[in-house]
Design a protein around this ligand. Sequence first.
Ligand SMILES: Nc1ncnc2c1ncn2[C@@H]1O[C@H](COP(=O)(O)OP(=O)(O)OP(=O)(O)O)[C@@H](O)[C@H]1O
Ligand SMILES: [Mg+2]
Length: 253
Amino acid sequence: MATLPDGRTLPGKLIIVEGIDGSGKSTQLDLLRKYLVGEGYCVAFSEWNSSPIVKGVTQKGKKKQLLTPLSFCLIHAADFSDRMERQMLPALKAGAIVLADRYIYTAFARDVARGLDPQFVRQVYSFAIHPTIAFYFHVPLDESLKRIMAGRPQLKYYEAGLDLGLSEDPHDSFRTFQGMILEEYDRMVDEFGLTVIDATRPLLEQQDDVRQIVAPHLKNVLFAEPSAWREVLAQEGLHGRYLESMLPETSET
Ligand SMILES: Nc1ncnc2c1ncn2[C@@H]1O[C@H](COP(=O)(O)OP(=O)(O)OP(=O)(O)O)[C@@H](O)[C@H]1O
Ligand SMILES: [Mg+2]
């Protein structure tokens, strides 16, 4: 059941994934999405920091290193609120499954690691829908660093926590910052009833567990209208995110 902060329930199901960078969230959510689409369910997807009306400002702020911990927090909250109201909520009201790659716990972990008050950050996001299942992919720091460095040796300013002055060396700073975020995540397991998955295990074993945990929540979920284009997209593993990036950008007049 996905629930509004005032306790009203929504017909759809909200399944979200959390964990430190490189914990395998996107890999698992993508496998789950393909499975659910293949089963014929109506599935919507939303990912952190992707609101069409906010993302560009965040990118500028990050590029020019203008964001303080407070503005970093609030700009991500604005991004989240836009996606919640315009993407997630309508889909949940219609009875669909919404899959979210990162949710409010990402902000709770990162913003608190950046020094903001935990209660303040929770209050900022008090408008958020309570998810049906919140998966937390738990990996030790060394495993996540190994996975990230294999594919992305160049670290960005904010992801490495260089704004905090922890170390001038990006890799040292990244390790310390990710360690702080990991501690925050571990603290939140009991507070929010996160469903912990041991993310060091083989990919398909984890996916089996994820599907078993999701299965009891699939009753009464909206089925997608069968249509030729939907089937072709599902077979190709395509969904909104990829399609949007293929469309030409429209400029504001
Ligand atoms: N169970 C696993 N065992 C080993 N490697 C894995 C496993 N799951 C994912 N990986 C690899 O780890 C890397 C990071 O995975 P993924 O992008 O899914 O993580 P993420 O949590 O979404 O990271 P980010 O927070 O940076 O988006 C990828 O190269 C992926 O192939
Ligand atoms: Mg990811």
